[in-house]
Design a protein around this ligand. Structure first.
Ligand SMILES: NC(=O)c1ccc[n+]([C@@H]2O[C@H](COP(=O)([O-])OP(=O)(O)OC[C@H]3O[C@@H](n4cnc5c(N)ncnc54)[C@H](O)[C@@H]3O)[C@@H](O)[C@H]2O)c1
Length: 252
């Protein structure tokens, strides 16, 4: 049995993950951490990692980027794996994750859905085939409660496109005013917020007189929760290092 702690357990994603962790025969949720202590479906919830008494194999985190240090400290102290699903990390925090992965098994992805990970491959291939003759613009749409913009997934997809260009492109987030003609070195990223949209990502390759669009639409938060459980099972017994959804799908 894989013992899991869910960080951000009272949140939208935390509750979805709890349901799937407890429904899976190989996993169980032994504790939660959130801003307030309490209990959820019989699981003790703590307001700080120092109070956690349970033995934990993996932390699944869907809380907030500012909580990163507490999670990495807990993993370093207990030897558990971490599944970082939270988005909005700064460059300094990304460097901190990189460093931590030298002694902790760290899984990190901005998007846990299988479909988005397929999209990553498709947009990279498309960019390599279409080249500089096509302008790449990304449009992402999310619910009105999302805190960070553009989404971590939009950046992840932009990175995949940029890999095909040897990392030469710059990201331009939104445009306003007299910005002048679009430069060939740009990848435009645009964030739409409204209602209860779970998550939509569209990568548009606009050429002369033709447009290729590749898109993904998440219809429920369950796709991310299912990916988190899959990741926790994949990480069981893994040595220190950095892992992502591509590793899970490849069964590495
Ligand atoms: N990687 C993915 O596939 C994926 C999918 C969906 C959401 N997300 C990300 O997951 C995060 C959470 O999303 P959500 O929709 O569940 O948000 P939410 O606001 O509903 O839930 C966040 C929870 O974390 C708790 N929290 C905040 N700060 C905390 C702290 N310092 N310590 C402990 N708990 C804390 C909040 O009290 C809340 O219960 C966001 O960053 C979101 O972008 C990632």
């Amino acid at each position: 049995m894989i013992d899991i702690l869910i960080c951000g357990i009272f949140g939208h994603m935390g509750r979805n993950v709890l349901e799937l962790v407890n429904a899976d025969a190989e996993t169980r949720c032994v504790a939660g951490v959130d801003l307030k202590k309490g209990e959820l479906c019989g699981v003790p919830v703590y307001d700080c990692f120092a109070d956690v008494k349970e033995n934990v194999n993996a932390v699944i985190d869907f809380s907030c980027a500012a909580n990163l240090g507490n999670i990495l400290d807990f993993a370093a102290r207990t030897g558990c794996a971490v599944i970082l699903a939270t988005t909005g990390y700064t460059d300094a925090q990304l460097a901190q994750i990189e460093k931590a992965s030298e002694h902790i098994p760290v899984f990190k992805t901005a998007n846990l859905s299988v479909g988005i990970n397929l999209l990553q491959k498709l947009v990279k291939e498309s960019a390599a085939l279409l080249g500089n003759a096509f302008d790449v613009e990304l449009i992402e749409k999310h619910h009105n409660l999302k805190k960070d913009a553009p989404s971590g997934t939009a950046y992840m997809l932009a990175e995949s496109v940029n890999e095909a260009f040897g990392g030469e492109k710059n990201y331009v987030c939104g445009r306003e005013g007299l910005v002048g003609a679009r430069k060939n070195t740009e990848i435009g990223i645009h964030a739409v917020r409204g209602g209860t949209i779970v998550g939509e990502h569209e990568v548009m390759f606009a050429g002369e007189d033709e447009i290729v669009t590749i898109s993904h639409s998440a219809r429920s938060k369950k796709v991310f929760a299912a990916g988190a459980v899959k990741a926790a099972k994949f990480m069981y017994g893994k040595p220190a290092g950095k892992y992502n959804m591509q590793d899970v799908l490849a069964g590495k």
